[in-house]
Structures are given as C-alpha cells and as structure tokens.
Design a binder for this molecule. Structure first.
Ligand SMILES: *Cc1c(COP(=O)(O)O)cnc(C)c1O
Length: 381
C-alpha cells in the first residue's frame, strides 16, 4: 500500500495498512510471544525493543492502523478501555483540575469520583453539551484536562468538539475524547482540535465481543504523550499477545460493521419514534434530536449503532421488554456484531442521570427487519 495515497478508511482497515511480512511474505502479521529482545553486541537496542511491557511488535499492527484511521501521529493499546482512559488521568498531576461530563461511561465516572479524586485530581462534573457551562467551570492555570464522550452513554447527547478544543487550548489545557461509540469511521476528533482520542477497543474496534482492549491516539508527540507512554510501560496494563492479534483481525472489518450498524440503528430509531408505546427515542440521527445538526457536522456516514428508547409504561415494562426479546441479548457492553439490550438504570443505580424507563440498544449486524420485529413483540401492549 502506497503510504502517500489518501486511501479511504475501509481500504486502510481491510488490509491493516497493507503490511506484508518481508521474510515470509505473509499478508497477516505473526504473533510474537517473546517477552524480551536481544541487545546488539555493543549493548545498544537498535531495533527499539527491550522488554514486552513497553514493547511488543504484535501491538503495532492495531496501533498503526488506528493512528492512520484517526489521523494522529501515534497510538497505544492497553489491556482495557479503562486502562487506556485511566492512563490519561494518571499522566496528569495531583492537584490538576479536570473537567468531565455528567453523562459519561459509568465505571470511568466512578473511578474519577473515587480513586482518582483520592489520588489528588480535582475532578469536576459539568454539562459538556453546554459550552457556556464549560467555560464558567474552567479555572485558568489550574484546569489541565477536559474529558468528553460524544455521543455520550447512554443518553446519546453530542458535545461540540471544536468549541471544547478552543476553550481548553485558550487556557493551556488539553481535550481528550472518548470516541468509543463514534469510531474513526464516523468521526475523527483530532480533526476538530482534540489532543487525545480514547477507545474502548472492546467495543467497535474489535467488534466481536471476544477481546478486552483499549486504545489511545495522540495528535502530537509532546511531553504529555511521553507521560502516557511511561504510565503504560510502568503500570503494565498491556494486552496479551494473542488478544492484540485478534484486535487487528477485528479491526479489518470495522468499516463495514459500523456502516451496517448505523444503517440499522437509524431504521430502528425511526421505527420506534413512530411507536405509540414509546415515550422517546434518543438517537442523534433523528432530526428531532436537539443536537442533530451538530452531530451531522461532527459525524459522517451515520450517527452510530447506539440508541436508547424510553417506554411510556415505565420501569417495570422496560425490564419486562428486555426479558422478552429473543434476538436482542440482555447483556452489558456494546459494539459487537450481535445486538444487545440493557436496562441501564439497574446497572448505574440511584445517582445515575439515566431515566428508569430507558433501554439501551447496541445494534449489531443482524437483519434490520428481524431486529425491529423482535423488539416490537417484546415491548408488548
Ligand atoms: C466500555 C467502555 C469503556 C471502558 O472500556 P473497557 O474496555 O470495558 O475497559 C469506556 N468508555 C466507553 C464509552 C465504553 O463503552
């Protein structure tokens, strides 16, 4: 593959940048289980690899592919999305003021309000859909990082990445974006001014619900990125070699999976927006979504495979509907080829901003008609 040609994401992903092993001519990378690497005779490590905590060639296929898809300069893979996200916060310094969204991935919010706060970060929750509120919360000279998730779990609100980047950079802070649900197929946060992009690669990047992984991509090689690299090398939350290999395999079909999930999610959203038993469909692809126009400027090719529906009959009816589905599997997580349904407020508990009548849907790649019919039947009268 000619590295100077502007190949489309589908092309880059399908061939994992077109790498061919120079010795075997294999078109699929080898798995390198070695935990250590030989020094040169003069005691140098000219190949750049010393030990498997910081270095593993099997990580590099997925990392280099993600860098190309996100339009960044470097990526790192981690043992989970949480390991990737927490590496960004651990690269900050105790005492730093950090702005994070009220609506975000629940486990990360819990870690930030608990262990990260005890460690010394000054974490403040703000409404990331409201630039004026973010501006008011910024403490110049103290705010080091703005963290945002868009579309945000599980209400699917959209945040203005260019606006947030401008606010962050105006006070010398960084913008990091959890882009797990957007994927680089639909949105490239670095192109809107973000500094770091995070993915739970467990979700769409791998796409088959069989690998736990996280990834970060940076827009520049700077001191902060060097600190992130050091956190991974020191803490050691790295992928197993076989998982890293599975991840690059999953990523090859990213484009086709995401486009199909978006197409079906749009159809599901439209079908249930018309359903008299449904109070609200939360999906940025619907023109009735309050931030539909913003979503359309930040996302291209679709609005994601995630949506939520709220039932007029309330919490009990929502839990029952999830119990009755045959195709939609009652399970947490998202971004796999199989569709999942989840009653989120049972997971998040009373301090969550999630309504109790809400069902979160992760749309897979099954037939659109089958999925809609299954959910229509499950919702009942
Ligand atoms: C799943 C998820 C995470 C955490 O990733 P793990 O791989 O489960 O550690 C973070 N952010 C979002 C949006 C997620 O969906």
């Amino acid at each position: 593959m000619d590295s100077h040609k502007p190949y489309a994401p589908a092309t880059l992903a399908a061939q994992a940048l077109g790498a061919v092993d120079p010795i075997t001519k294999a078109i699929i990378p080898a798995i390198h289980p070695s935990t250590t690497y030989v020094r040169d005779e003069d005691n140098q490590y000219r190949n750049g690899r010393v030990y498997a905590r910081p270095h593993n060639p099997t990580f590099e296929t997925a990392e280099e592919l993600l860098t190309a898809l996100e339009g960044g300069v470097a990526s790192l893979s981690f043992a989970s999305g949480m390991a990737a996200a927490t590496a960004v916060f651990l690269a900050c310094k105790p005492g730093d003021h950090i702005l994070v969204p009220k609506v975000m991935y629940w486990s990360l919010r819990n870690w930030l309000m608990g262990a990260a706060t005890e460690w010394g970060l000054r974490v403040e929750l703000v409404d990331m859909t409201d630039l004026a509120a973010v501006k008011a919360a910024i403490q110049p000279g103290k705010t080091a990082l703005i963290w945002v998730e868009t579309p945000a779990n599980p209400l699917w609100t959209i945040s203005d990445l260019a606006g947030l980047a401008e606010l962050a950079h105006g006070v010398g802070a960084r913008l990091a974006v959890d882009s797990t649900c957007a994927t680089p197929i639909l949105s490239r946060p670095l192109s809107f001014g973000a500094d770091i992009v995070m993915h739970s690669a467990t979700k769409y990047l791998n796409g088959h619900s069989d690998v736990l992984a996280g990834m970060l991509t940076t827009g520049k090689q700077d001191d902060f990125w060097a600190r992130v690299v050091a956190v991974r090398a020191q803490v050691g939350a790295v992928l197993g070699t076989f998982e890293a290999w599975l991840l690059q395999r999953g990523m090859r079909t990213l484009s086709i999976r995401v486009r199909e999930a978006c197409r079906t999610a749009q159809a599901v959203a439209e079908a249930f927006a018309e359903d008299s038993r449904v109070l609200e469909v939360m999906y940025p692809g619907l023109p009735t979504h309050t931030q539909h126009n913003l979503a359309a400027t930040q996302m291209s090719g679709g609005f994601g495979g995630m949506l939520s529906i709220r039932l007029k009959a309330g919490e009990g009816a929502a839990i029952k509907a999830a119990a009755r589905t045959q195709l939609w599997k009652r399970a947490t997580s998202l971004g796999g080829v199989e569709s999942l349904i989840e009653h989120r407020s049972s997971v998040e508990g009373p301090t969550s901003p999630v309504p109790t009548d809400l069902l979160r849907l992760s749309v897979g790649i099954e037939d659109t008609g089958d999925l809609i019919a299954d959910l229509k039947e499950a919702i009942g009268g």
